[in-house]
Design a protein around this ligand. Sequence first.
Ligand code: FES
Length: 576
Amino acid sequence: MPPEPSENRELNSSRWFAPDSLRGFGHRSRLKGMGYDDEDFRGKPVVAILNTWSDLNTCHSHFPERVKEVKRGIWQMGGFPVEIPVMSLGEMMMKPTTMLYRNLLAMETEEVLRCHPIDAAVLMGGCDKTVPAMIMGAISADRPAIFLPAGPMLKARWKDQTLGSGSDAWKYWDERRAGNLCDESWGQIENCIARSAGTCMTMGTASTMSAIAESMGFTLPGASSVPAVIAEHSRLAVATGRRAVEMALTDLRPSSFLTPASFDNSIVTSMAIGGSTNAIVHIIAMARRAGIELTLERFDELSRTTPVLANIRPAGKFLMEDFFDSGGLPALLKELGSHIDGTCRTVNGFTLAENVAAAEVIDADIIRSLDNPISATGGTFVLRGNLAPSGCVIKPTAASPRLLDHTGPAVVFDDYAQLKAQLNDPASNITADSVLILRNAGPQGGPGFPEWGMLPIPDHLLKQGVRDLVRISDARMSGTSYGTCVLHVAPEAAVGGPLGLVHNGDLIQLNVEQRSLNLLVDEEVLAERRKAWSPREARYKRGYGAMFLKHVTQADAGCDFDFLHHGADTPDPDIF
Ligand code: FES
């Protein structure tokens, strides 16, 4: 049973509103100046709604309505709702990459929760980085917090085709470059591929991270799969507001339910849904905020034993709306059985097992059973070798089987600008056997760890019918991307990693089954090249970018800032 609210608990907000002091007078009088009276807020839990809405975050365009619904739930339970805008991080409009700003939103979330009269928070996010960022901040602030996912867009249709945002944009762009798609068709796809408010409707990073939030216990049951614009999503928003008040009254903080098993559950979930490779970086970062040292080895262990059950693009066939109609994440978690630790507690006060007990799979092709998986092992593999001593990742379910064991000559691009300039240059001499290398695209090199890891296929190969090549980079790739792309190579080239030592024509050996990635060049030769290597000039010399470059950690450590990991307590604002 969920814990009973304690009426005697002293609310954090009462330190602002209860004292008979000049400051208490000031706090109360200013709320009254906004039109509230004592009945609205005195002695009531203050629930903050941290809202990542903006006109430039296309995935959160329904949030103004959802905020009203969350507030309705908070009022219903006797709470006092306050809306606080925080950095929006809309994936589609920000350059160079939202990943440059994930830690900034995490810091903002943490500090907003700490410095205001807040007893609990509803975290409204969904578009990729907003999910880990808000959860990282809430873990560090350790205030009661519940996550409300934006939910995926509805499925898109073009002619007789069902379209998934992201994945089909890449696919049809390649067809256009191959000369197979006219202007009119391309325009029709542009008009229909984003069919509604909500996040990308494939199992991209947004849907992956929302599923991870649910499996860690940060949402109401089933919240991560509900499409953004259906009535259930409105009711979810109201219910989330109601629950946030109960969490305030019972002081249900992240530290009271997050355990190492919660993070294992998040890894197993991301593997079983065939989720985005980006999840690895974000899960490590969230765990470290909680003082739990997750390493790539743990991902590798769990990927070897976790089957992929969700038949969702880009690793499968269907879309998020189908996943929801088929039972959503609760049905998948129930199907996973003992792969999940059902004893972990969640924000609704129940355990994960209790939350999914009544779930059922409606379509066994969309949510597969353990004896009929999409793939017997997990959706993301961790590789190592002399090209990636600290590890790298690949999503084999989104790769071409013929390339999973491949040795080929390197074609090296020193940075993204060179890639764009020279990809289609015949002098680059790219063939179907080539291994494309992009370096200086990692956390420091990008900078900001952009999603450039699905390097484009050159036009001449597209015209020959080639749709995949082995591609290796220290970048990330979008969760909606696909192909034989080795990502997150660590350490990255910009800090002296071996990726920076590769020359055109060097043989690269990829063996996914053996989890290996090697540069077939003698160590003596590499030692000579290492002596000749020197770092590039830092791109940012001032401002947030300079702080990012000074403090961001490598991919295998989660790319958080080194000073934000779990550690010494931050002073309470009341001591000043
Ligand atoms: Fe926002 Fe894909 S662009 S989730």
